[in-house]
Design a binder for this molecule. Structure first.
Ligand SMILES: *[C@@H]1O[C@H](CO)[C@@H](O)[C@H](O)[C@H]1NC(C)=O
Length: 119
């Protein structure tokens, strides 16, 4: 009985701790420390792929992720600055700000915006 109470307490405490850290991150943008993180690169690749699917001309190829931030909302918002090259002319590169909303638990991922920014 006592051990049951104890494990219940541990569970309750972990839930409280987890929600506290989610609370802290809610709404606020957190700088991505490592932009070469495979997950971040995957999000950037997704954004470029979606962009290419929507644009028949002007296909792009991801060069690198310059920087990024994440925000926890009703999913995880990724706001990244990516460097991408013109697929037909790899020497022509520009920076783009992309926003992707990722909901891994719902297997959902959407490109919210893809905007060219000044290099
Ligand atoms: C960033 O992530 C990559 C890929 O996981 C890893 O190889 C690299 O060491 C990381 N860099 C830092 C500074 O943590």
């Amino acid at each position: 009985m006592a051990s049951k109470c104890l494990s219940l307490l541990v569970v309750v405490c972990s839930i409280l701790l987890a929600s506290a850290s989610i609370e802290a991150a809610l709404g606020g943008w957190q700088t991505i420390k490592n932009v070469t993180d495979p997950k971040v690169v995957e999000i950037a690749e997704f954004a470029v792929k979606q962009h290419n699917n929507m644009h028949v001309s002007g296909m792009l190829r991801l060069v690198s992720v310059v920087k990024g931030e994440t925000q926890i909302v009703n999913g995880i918002n990724y706001k990244l600055v990516v460097s991408a090259a013109d697929a037909a002319d790899l020497m022509t590169q520009s920076n783009y700000q992309v926003v992707v909303l990722d909901k891994p638990w719902m297997k959902e991922r959407n490109l919210i915006s893809f905007v060219k920014i000044a290099a």
